[in-house]
Design a protein around this ligand. Structure first.
Ligand SMILES: [Zn+2]
Length: 136
């Protein structure tokens, strides 16, 4: 695969950190991990965010992620696993990536779950109405 606009995941070179590969995606160990065994599932094609990933490929990536999460759980016996992807904000690489992050009690990722106060039923109902409108 050719390196596309300097993207580190197009033509990924570090084969020794690849733990999974098929015709559509790679599984690699993160270079910027939130915990040990932090895995990434990246499509071989360059997509910037989930809305641009064709449905059948997105489903495949999440099915692979499910299988990999089971393997990571077996590999490091975590207390839990967080599986996420970011579109827009928080991205450090403009290549769609699913993160599979083993979680351990007392780890430093807790801030990820800092929540806002409950906005109240009325505000939540307003958000629900707006999302329904946007769903069409
Ligand atoms: Zn790329």
């Amino acid at each position: 695969m050719p390196l596309r606009n300097g993207c580190p995941f197009c033509g990924f070179p570090d084969k020794e950190v690849v733990f999974y590969e098929d015709s559509l995606c790679l599984g690699i160990v993160s270079k910027a991990p939130l915990n040990k065994y932090h895995g990434l599932i990246v499509p071989k094609e360059h997509y910037t965010d989930s809305q641009r990933v064709p449905d059948e490929i997105l489903v495949h990536l999440y099915l692979v992620s499910k299988k990999v999460a089971q393997a990571i759980a077996k590999a490091c016996n975590p207390d839990g696993i967080t599986m996420v992807h970011d579109d827009g904000l928080n991205k450090t690489v403009e290549h769609f990536t699913i993160h599979i992050i083993p979680r351990f009690r007392g780890d430093k990722i807790g801030g990820f779950y800092l929540r806002e106060e409950d906005p109240g039923l009325q505000a939540r109902a307003t958000y629900a109405t707006r999302i329904r409108e946007c769903l069409g």
